[in-house]
Write a protein that binds this ligand. Structure first.
Ligand SMILES: C[S@@+](CC[C@H](N)C(=O)[O-])C[C@H]1O[C@@H](n2cnc3c(N)ncnc32)[C@H](O)[C@@H]1O
Length: 415
């Protein structure tokens, strides 16, 4: 089957698509279909672009990127976001360009990615080792942007060092103790000091594990926020007057508040979130992303690609920030197919483009074929189960025409 861009039916983007050809032409051909429908765009151009290619194609970086970023912006929905990769050689130019296209008020954040470590042969260079890249985040309309808050795993927060000993009792009868003292006693030591002398660092580890297992009973006491609602402030005053009594404020649609001695109990359980299927202590995501390993990324999807391949975990974080299952994601510089593979595993729809036929033939199509058949056990598959049985279409763009080059239908697993 062959179809011209004009006659493309409105359903074409309901399928996942891997398209081979120049992204500017293809985004132009699909402009009406995708306008305002894309929830997330990932723009990861080849920064080591050969100079000859630039000369023959578009002259310089700005001229090459400008119309492509403009086309991505047009495809973006008002609530979505664009994530633009840059290395330090191009960061300033890309920032100026994207500011111009999206408007500076729609610049959300600049993320610093740790992409490498100074070890082995690479550290021979006497200059400071360059281990970062950047992600510029823009929205089409800042006010309409939907952000899904993200958390990253953190170590045990030792400020949580008190425990309710009998949490099953009515709150008025709760007994509390210091967590280290309670633990030392439980392990048969006379004091915390003796436990630390005998156990060394193991004692701290034991405390972290115990706090995690008993997160609903472990707490820290905090000052009452005087800018909180009047009911909270009043309870704080009442608690000051009767410091020995445990007091409670019941709240509709929110968790209850407990106070003793004029201070509020903050339970450790509220710090826990699920990361890779485990409940772990977390902290709010910042713009410094040093927790996503780039080491070993070459094996992901069994797709060897030396020109800036990104980890699936990185794409998962991006997608988790601004998309929901079923949303459409666009990657006009698909490379080895990381965005497509991650979307498939997370149940997002995808449209990826690369102009290099070898990338489609040898990397993207084989990688996604394994994923939709549930045969990929690399990357995110190591930490999550994903439903297979998806499908995708490959199209080639030739002479202003999108040519159907086959469909891959995966077989479903039992996840
Ligand atoms: C840095 S790589 C992307 C890597 C990708 N994020 C991954 O994880 O594998 C950039 C890709 O853009 C492709 N590319 C360059 N110019 C293009 C164009 N005009 N249209 C479509 N793809 C293009 C290159 O072939 C290359 O595969």
């Amino acid at each position: 089957m062959s179809q011209t861009a004009k006659s493309t039916s409105s359903s074409i983007i309901e399928q996942n698509l891997a398209i081979q050809g120049d992204n500017l032409s293809i985004l132009g051909a699909l402009a009406d279909e995708i306008k305002g429908k894309v929830q997330c765009v990932i723009v990861d151009p080849p920064y080591a672009f050969p100079k000859e290619a630039l000369k023959s194609a578009d002259g310089d970086w700005q001229t090459f990127l400008r119309p492509r970023i403009e086309a991505c912006r047009a495809a973006l929905s008002d609530s979505g976001a664009a994530f633009i990769h840059a290395d330090d050689a191009h960061l300033a130019n890309v920032r100026l360009l994207a500011d111009e296209i999206f408007g500076n008020k729609n610049f959300l954040n600049m993320v610093i990615l740790k992409t490498a470590d100074p070890s082995g042969l690479r550290s021979i260079n006497p200059l400071p080792f360059n281990q970062t890249e950047y992600l510029l985040i823009y929205t089409k309309d800042r006010k309409s942007f939907t952000y899904y808050p993200q958390f990253v795993e953190a170590g045990y927060d030792s400020a949580y060092r008190s425990i309710v000993l009998n949490p099953e009792a009515p709150y008025g009868k709760w007994k509390t103790d210091s967590l280290p003292r309670h633990l030392a006693k439980m392990m048969g030591y006379r004091s915390v000091r003796q436990a630390r002398e005998k156990m060394g660092l193991n004692f701290e580890q034991h405390m972290a594990d115990y706090a995690l297992k008993n997160a609903a009973a472990v707490f820290q006491s905090t000052r009452v926020n005087q800018r909180a609602g009047s009911a909270v402030v009043k309870l704080g005053q009442a608690s000051h007057k009767k410091p020995k009594t445990m007091m409670r404020l019941e709240r509709k649609d929110y968790s209850d508040i407990y106070m003793v001695g004029g201070r509020q109990l903050a339970f450790y359980a509220t710090k826990l979130n699920e990361v890779d299927g485990r409940m772990v202590p977390t902290k709010k995501l910042t713009n410094l992303w040093i927790d996503i390993p780039f080491h070993g990324v070459g094996y992901e999807g069994e797709a060897k690609f030396a020109e800036g391949k990104k980890p699936e975990r990185l794409v998962r974080r991006i997608l988790s920030m601004c998309t929901q299952p079923g949303d459409l994601v666009l990657d006009p510089f698909a490379g080895s197919g990381t965005t497509a593979a991650t979307c498939e595993k997370l149940g997002r729809r995808w449209l990826v483009i690369d102009n290099d036929r070898k990338n489609l033939d040898n990397l993207i199509v084989p990688r996604l074929t394994r994923v939709v058949n549930g045969l990929d056990d690399t990357g995110l598959s190591k930490v999550m189960e994903y439903p297979s049985g998806g499908s995708f279409k490959r199209l080639n763009y030739k002479g202003g025409t999108l040519v159907d080059a086959g469909q891959v239908m995966g077989s479903a697993n039992t996840v």
